[in-house]
Structure formats: C-alpha cells, structure tokens
Design a protein around this ligand. Structure first.
Ligand code: IMP
Length: 431
C-alpha cells in the first residue's frame, strides 16, 4: 500500500488531471483536498474531452472511491451539474463511489457576488481571480461563519446561518458595493433542493479514507492549482485562497503525515500563468505566442488566454523543497517541438545577488529580477508517438536530463500529447 500526493509545481494548469487519471489506474482511492471549481482538469480519453472542476479525475475509472475532502470549498450547483453530465455520458454509474466531506465549506451566491464586486472595485490592483467565490468562501471559513456541508443538510441550522450571514453580506453588497441584495428565501429554496440531492454523498470522509488505507489500498491525493498560487508560499497577494502545497493534503483530507509515501510534482515543460502577478520568464514575442497556440493555453475554467514563458527551474526547485517532491511528471514536452534554441531559467539575478532555488517573498523585488538562462538545442522531429525514453529525440532527452539534474529529483513520467496513451512512464510513484 502506498499513498501519493500529486501537486502542481508551477502556477497551476500543469496537466494534473491527465496524470491523476493515469495514476488512478493503480489507486483505489482518489481524494481532492483543497480548492473548488476554480480548478479545471482536462482529460482526453478515447479522443473525447472531459473537463472536471470538482470531482477527482479518478472518477473516469470504474470502481474507484472518489472523495471531495474537508479542505475544499464546494459550489453545490456546479457539483450537481458535474455529476449529471458524467452520468449522462455513462462515466459515473455507481453513486456509492463518491463521498463529500461533511466539513467541506459551501460556496454561496454572496461569495460569488463579493468576489466579482471586489475585482471590479480594485481595478488595476485586482488579483484576476476566477470569479467563482473561492476567496470569500475561505474567508468565511477562517471567520468561522461559513456554512459546511453538514449545515446544508440540516434545515434549521442552514436557515439560521444563512440569515445571520445575509445580514452582513447584504449590507456589504448594497452599502459598500452598491449592488442588489440577495433574497434569503430564494437562496434557501434553491440550496435546500441541492441539499436533498447531495445528502447521500455527505459523510465523515476522513473515516472512509482511513478504512481504505487500512485495507492496504493505494491512495492518491489530488491537489488543485499550483505551488506558486499557495496562500503562504505563492506570489502573494496574486495567489488562491488555500494551501496548494503537499502538506495540505493531510489537513485537507483528515489523515496524518506518517501515512504519506511520496509526492509527485507536475511540471509543464514551459511555464504558464493566468491572472495577474509576477512572471519572470514570461515571453512577449512570437515564441510565447507559438507556445500559447500550440499548447492550446486557455484556462479550462474561465477560457482566459494563459500567459506563457520559458521553464523556470528556480520556481520548480522551490516547489521540490516546499512539498518534499520525490518525483516529477513533465507534461506537454511535445509543445516545444520546432522551437530552437530552448531556454531554461536557472537563476534570478537581483540586486547583485543570484538566486537559484529561492523565489523572493517581497513582490517589489520582482521589478529588478533578471532571469539567468541556459540555452539548449531544440528538436524538429515530432515526439508525440514516443512511448519510451529511447523514442525521444536526443535533444528532447537532454532537456529532460537537464531538468532532472536541476530539480534534484527524478522524472517519473513524460507526457507527449493530451491522450492517455501519449505518455512515457518511467516509474510508478506507488512502488
Ligand atoms: P481564485 O482561486 O479564483 O481566487 O483566483 C486567484 C488566482 O489563482 C488567480 O490568478 C487565478 O487565475 C488563479 N487560479 C485559481 N485557480 C487556478 C487554476 O486551477 N489554474 C490556474 N490558475 C488558477
């Protein structure tokens, strides 16, 4: 039995969905431990694209236990839409395979309204959030006024907490943001309908996870977003509202750190970012445009064009340190085909110093950062059909070797296309 955490080593959108889907073949239990429907995991199975925002990607394998952990914030409407769509497409047949933590927080309509209103008001200071109410929902969790899944299915508690919250939120919406208030009865009726449909899935998921683990099954803990969007260690304030590093897999699912056997960091062969915030290796030229187009770099949740740049190993090294990454999964290597030379950022030059494994926490320092690049020879022959390391071109192999050396951890998997089969598997994280 082994329990493995999968997290993003960059700013999210590294291709976690595909990797989790692949690893889910070996695991019996797949757990999402943070975030909400700000995430969008794209999977291509048999040429068919599925985008999941809340349900762990393991759902596409029959008989797997999928858990939405206590560290998540869940929009019940979006979750039900996702369940319905999966059912319509015959991708989710057995309701007893899905569990929702009674401690997970509920995203309410006022969270979404406040998220949008704040972004509008802040103008050039905005974060560039996904507008899904994530930040305000986590704020309520920390303020201890949030509604949890257990509250949603208790009519009396739900009504009381909703009333209490709306008193404050409607004041904020109408008096501070100049918007319309939200009707208590309308929200109560709508959310009560969601509660009835979600009730069978809501339980103490920490116990379910422990039972599976005790029965010697492999467990997979699926992170959302990426290390540099972490609330503490990301490029604050241009971050998401939860902890995205591996440590939170334990807190967000209710298991102890002694149960974890390995951490896989997903790293795209280049870097992308959506939303505002510093990006040292960002490209504003035709190479950046080419990566954006070839890599189809549009947000799976908001459809926004992603900003693109060279692979930044300073960031990746920091991710290896913060999450104790034991192996990397490198995705979208095929997107770099035809680009020559290829650059890798191996340091940040800043105020007479060079950092090689440290991303400054003080954002004002980013103004003066100069990336230190290494240049590697590119390749022009296609690599999509490579299924073993020997099938790669010598230049693309060298790129992977250099990446491994700089990261200080081995590469477990290389993805050379969107499909399940477009993958080179070097070692299993469960062994
Ligand atoms: P929020 O999570 O919606 O509050 O957005 C905060 C920041 O995180 C914004 O820059 C978003 O673009 C970014 N973000 C949130 N979720 C994702 C994701 O799944 N992939 C990439 N960026 C994300």
């Amino acid at each position: 039995m082994a329990n493995v955490i999968v997290i993003g080593a960059q700013w999210g959108d590294e291709g976690k969905g595909k990797v989790v889907d692949l690893y889910a073949r070996e695991a019996e239990l797949i757990v999402r431990f943070q975030g909400g429907n700000n995430a969008g995991h794209t999977l291509v199975v048999g040429g068919k694209k599925t985008i999941l925002h809340l349900i762990p990607s393991g759902i596409l394998h029959k008989g797997k236990t999928c858990v939405l952990g206590n560290g998540m914030v869940i929009n019940p409407r979006v979750l039900l839409e996702e369940i319905d769509k999966l059912k319509e497409e015959h991708l989710f047949a057995d309701d007893t395979n899905l569990f929702i933590s009674e401690r997970a927080h509920v995203i309410m309509p006022y969270h979404i309204e406040i998220d949008g209103a704040r972004e509008n008001k802040w103008g050039c200071m905005k974060i560039g959030t996904t507008g899904r109410g994530i930040g305000p929902a986590y704020e309520d969790k920390a303020s201890r006024v949030g509604l949890r899944m257990a509250d949603l299915i208790n009519e009396t508690v739900f009504r009381e907490k909703l009333r209490h919250n709306l008193e404050e939120k409607n004041f904020l919406l109408t008096r501070f943001f100049g918007m319309n208030g939200i009707s208590e009865d309308a929200v109560f009726d709508e959310y009560s309908r969601y509660a009835e449909r979600l009730r069978p899935y809501i339980t103490d998921t920490s116990k379910i996870i422990e039972e599976k683990i005790c029965h010697g099954r492999h467990g997979l803990f699926e992170g959302a977003q990426g290390t540099h969007l972490d609330i503490d260690y990301g490029t604050y304030p241009f971050v998401t509202a939860s902890a995205t590093i591996a440590g939170n897999a334990c807190t967000g699912s209710g298991i102890g750190p002694t149960k974890i056997d390995g951490v896989v960091g997903i790293c795209k062969a280049y870097t992308t970012r959506v939303g505002q915030g510093p990006f040292v290796t960002e490209l504003f030229d035709e190479v950046g445009e080419r990566i954006q187009k070839t890599g189809q770099e549009f947000g799976a949740t908001t459809g926004r064009k992603r900003r693109c740049g060279w692979l930044d190993m300073v960031m990746v090294k920091q991710s290896v340190r913060l999450s104790g990454i034991t192996g990397l999964a490198v995705t979208k290597l095929d997107v770099l085909t035809g680009i020559n030379p290829i650059r890798i950022c191996v340091g940040y030059r800043c105020g007479g110093e060079t950092f090689r494994d440290y991303v400054p926490s003080d954002l004002s320092r980013f103004k003066d950062i100069e990336p230190v690049y290494e240049e590697l020879e590119g390749w022009s022959d296609p690599i999509e059909s490579a299924r073993s390391i020997g099938d790669l071109t010598s230049q693309s192999r060298r790129y992977i070797e250099r990446l491994e050396l700089l990261a200080g951890v081995p590469v477990n998997l290389i993805s050379v296309g969107p499909g399940r089969d477009d993958t080179i598997i070097l070692r299993s994280p469960f062994s």
